[in-house]
Ligand binder design. Sequence first.
Ligand SMILES: C[S@@+](CC[C@H](N)C(=O)[O-])C[C@H]1O[C@@H](n2cnc3c(N)ncnc32)[C@H](O)[C@@H]1O
Length: 347
Amino acid sequence: MLLEPTVNALVDPGFEAKARVFEQHGEVRNPNGVYVDGTFGRGGHSRLLLSRLGPGAKLVVFDKDPVAIQAALELQSRDPRVQVIHGGFASMFEEMQAKGLTQVDGIMLDLGVSSPQIDDPERGFSFMREGPLDMRMDTSRGMTAAQWLAEADVDEIREVIAKYGEERFAFQIAKAIVGRRESRPLRTTLDLAELVASVVRTREKGQHPATRSFQALRIHINQELEELARALAAALRLLAPGGRLAVISFHSLEDRMVKQCIAAARRRSEAQSRLPIFEKDMPRPILEPLGKVLPTDEEAKENPRARSSVLRVAQRTDEPLPADAESFVNAIRLVPQKSSRAARRKK
Ligand SMILES: C[S@@+](CC[C@H](N)C(=O)[O-])C[C@H]1O[C@@H](n2cnc3c(N)ncnc32)[C@H](O)[C@@H]1O
């Protein structure tokens, strides 16, 4: 999805989001540099990037999904430039540091679930296919959606569905889930999809009534927004001056976070602009936005899942990071609130 523009965003010295037609075989900025693909999937983006890079390049790829990791290991066996990490991209900074790779030329994230994950009923991501209510990207660890729904209370379920699904009927859905599990546990995707459909009265055009609830549960089970917040913080610390960040998001919660991070890293001098300090002493932007790219009508027609995708691109400036980079990132409020039960448990 948005394959060409994403790879071009990392390697094309004159990348311009507005330009819509992307140079296919132009000059490459750092052909032997260090790159990260945080979401390997089946390696579409990685393969295209590798085809543009030189023999001395390094590409570190991450994925939570064991099946995606199998595909990545196969690619690694044929291409020594590839290094594979099974795990969340949230730990990108620590993992890259452990490899001694702390100056990175390009990082790409193609967020969300992959088509093979949605299409495999056993993974439990689809409300259209009967399968276990799993929804974990990493099937080797963590709680499934069915396990979580069997334990969580009404408030907690409502909060997740309202916050991550932006669903108006979150309370009614949460009540129905808790009511239903008293007689029979919710085990499958269709159990849940049918229950939600019985409660959600108004259908949005072209949308299944369970779309928002499934999105919300998936985000919660995989801690997707927390992962993204940590990855954005890691990108600020890892990118070398001139290094590029390219993020494809699929829903407004993710896109808002990416947009806010880029905007905050750019505008960070604004707060100081009213203070009586010399201009030369004011902190300069950490990131410069290079724009956003939306799929063309043709792409959206060819692949309906691409319809809601947005690619945002930014370039690291040569301004040193503030010493408290972590608190800088927290200050831009990227990390969503913990759910009430988790917060209570922490106290
Ligand atoms: C949309 S797909 C990426 C497709 C990929 N760009 C390709 O060309 O095949 C997203 C992938 O990212 C993985 N993923 C999602 N969130 C992740 C995270 N926090 N850490 C690591 N992998 C993640 C998913 O398991 C999935 O394989």
